[in-house]
Design a protein around this ligand. Structure first.
Ligand code: 6PG
Length: 246
């Protein structure tokens, strides 16, 4: 599988956030022109904060019909939407609540339900939102990477093949003692545009292994590869400091 990786390194996370917001809005314009709607799955965690802040600033003057923008999540913690750990809560507070009324179409993962019920409902939403697509194809997928090489809530050691036939599953993450709902690897890899947004010195080692190493690493974040699509890595200098030969 040939994966074209586009690597951009910025002095700061904020500068990476500006570029990420520009990429998001560009992908939105492209999709709205080509298909009349824009489907995006957001990552969780704290890395996307600078990007969400930029989007909130740019959104009112972006000239985008947000009513045709469908926002999903790559994963969600199994907590209520108002919980501090909720990925929805973070994106809603920083970005989605700042959009011009009536805002985007939100496809929240029901973290307040039981994990299996939340996954079932999310899969039903995906089927309804992507009619005729066995594997939903997002226009844009925004992902982070954990220092252990996980992405979304696909962690090293998980039997990713065991999720075959599923687009979203409930998982229990031992090390975090938390239940989560996550998109599965085939869905992540099918996106038209994949952007890893990774910042901070704590990610330098794993980013160096994934991008600068032999390429034989098998972390979930390294397995998200779209054969004909574009995988971009937006990094700040700290996160990129472990790459030997970019
Ligand atoms: C989550 C994310 C997860 C995240 C990484 C990085 O729900 O936590 O989807 O995959 O992207 O853990 O997290 P940080 O951005 O907080 O370092």
């Amino acid at each position: 599988m040939t994966v074209r990786r586009c690597l951009e390194i910025f002095e700061t996370a904020e500068a990476a956030g500006v570029s990420g917001a520009e990429l998001f809005l560009g992908a939105a314009r492209e999709a709205l022109t080509a298909r009349g709607r824009f489907t995006v799955a957001l990552s969780g965690g704290s890395s996307p904060i600078p990007l969400f802040r930029c989007l909130a600033e740019e959104a009112p003057r972006a000239g985008i019909d947000w009513r045709a923008v469908h926002v999903f999540w790559a994963d969600e913690r199994c907590v209520p939407p108002e919980h501090a750990e909720s990925n929805f809560r973070l994106a809603e507070g920083l970005f989605l609540s700042k959009l011009p009324a009536p805002g985007a179409v939100i496809h929240r993962i029901a973290g307040e339900e039981s994990p299996d019920e939340a996954a079932r409902r999310y899969e039903a939403d995906l089927s309804a939102s992507f009619p005729g697509e066995e594997i939903p194809v997002f226009d844009l997928l925004l992902l982070g990477v954990g220092s252990d090489g996980h992405t979304a809530s696909l962690f090293p050691g998980m039997d990713l093949d065991g999720f075959s036939g599923r687009n979203a599953v409930a998982v229990y993450v031992e090390k975090m003692m938390s239940h989560r709902v996550t998109l599965t690897l085939p869905v992540l890899s099918s996106a038209r545009r994949i952007v890893f947004f990774v910042t901070g010195a704590a990610k330098a080692e794993i980013v160096g292994e994934i991008l600068g190493g032999s390429g034989e690493v098998h972390y979930p974040a390294a397995l998200v590869a779209a054969s004909e699509n574009h995988v971009s890595w937006l990094l700040d200098r700290e996160a990129a400091s472990g790459i030997v030969n970019p």
